[in-house]
Ligand binder design. Sequence first.
Ligand code: HEC
Ligand code: HEC
Ligand code: HEC
Ligand code: HEC
Ligand code: HEC
Length: 172
Amino acid sequence: MRRTTLVVLVGLGLAGLIAFVTVVAPRLLASQLYPAPQQPLYFDHRIHVELAAIDCTFCHRTATQGITAGYPDLQQCMFCHVVVGKGQPEIEKVRQAWVEQQPINWTRIHRVPDHVHFVHEAHLRAELTCATCHGEVGQMGQVTRVRPLNMNDCVSCHRQLNALTECATCHY
Ligand code: HEC
Ligand code: HEC
Ligand code: HEC
Ligand code: HEC
Ligand code: HEC
């Protein structure tokens, strides 16, 4: 009897340790490394990408052609939210902004310093996907950074995929 209790306790302790090491600790680490900033309203990518099945580039329209990916205009939100979600508090903030013609000032999550030149278009032309650099955004309630995208990270990938690595590629 006492031996089984002991075995069960040790088992539970081990299970707890494994859960901590594999699930809790990485989350704690990730949330401390790249904490998500406070946004003016809660925009959930899961609802829009998975439930409403909207393409990334419907909202981030310039990603495949330009330097930046861009944020969607309110007009694109109103395509649905004239009708969808009327009366829900977070959606009312969107409708209010539209009525007042005030753009929503999203807080930037990814940003390279001014002395760095980054072009979305070149990377998508090279057939990298959004997820390579941003992770599975369609499964994120709030977007957080998943990889450093610092010089070391950029240069390692460039080396690996035979892209340019001269300083002037990324610095003018
Ligand atoms: C319905 C519109 C919509 C769709 C579809 C959408 N996004 Fe977004 N995305 C937004 C808005 C609005 C923000 C700003 C709020 C935020 O950061 O969550 C944003 C923010 C982001 C950011 C963070 C930008 C920063 O500040 O660094 C990334 C990365 C991103 N989206 C990638 C994606 C990817 C990848 C997909 C497809 C899997 C996608 N988005 C689909 C509207 C959209
Ligand atoms: C193709 C249609 C479509 C577009 C475009 C769209 N949404 Fe939505 N959105 C939805 C649907 C569907 C829901 C879920 C509504 C519900 O739960 O009743 C939703 C829900 C929301 C919510 C509520 C989320 C929550 O957790 O309660 C917010 C806020 C929101 N959308 C903001 C936006 C913003 C900002 C944009 C523009 C960048 C946008 N939506 C563009 C379809 C859309
Ligand atoms: C090779 C890596 C890489 C890929 C692939 C990539 N991004 Fe980015 N993304 C970045 C970096 C780096 C930044 C910060 C750029 C800056 O500060 O100018 C960024 C910034 C953003 C932003 C914030 C503001 C803006 O307008 O640039 C959004 C939104 C975004 N990316 C969406 C996307 C979407 C959607 C895709 C796929 C269609 C994508 N990204 C593919 C690396 C990438
Ligand atoms: C996951 C791999 C990967 C990452 C991460 C990555 N790149 Fe790239 N980059 C590429 C590839 C592949 C190309 C395209 C090479 C080509 O067209 O021959 C490219 C092209 C470029 C170009 C365009 C060069 C030209 O043709 O004019 C610039 C600028 C650039 N990257 C900057 C950056 C910066 C800055 C970062 C980090 C913030 C970064 N890249 C991160 C893979 C990557
Ligand atoms: C593929 C893109 C890429 C290439 C190639 C590249 N850099 Fe960078 N560099 C970055 C990015 C992104 C940052 C900003 C993030 C960081 O500090 O890591 C940066 C930052 C820097 C900084 C500022 C560091 C700081 O602490 O503020 C210096 C200095 C620098 N790079 C010099 C160079 C030199 C010299 C070369 C050539 C040997 C070079 N870079 C090549 C992407 C690149």
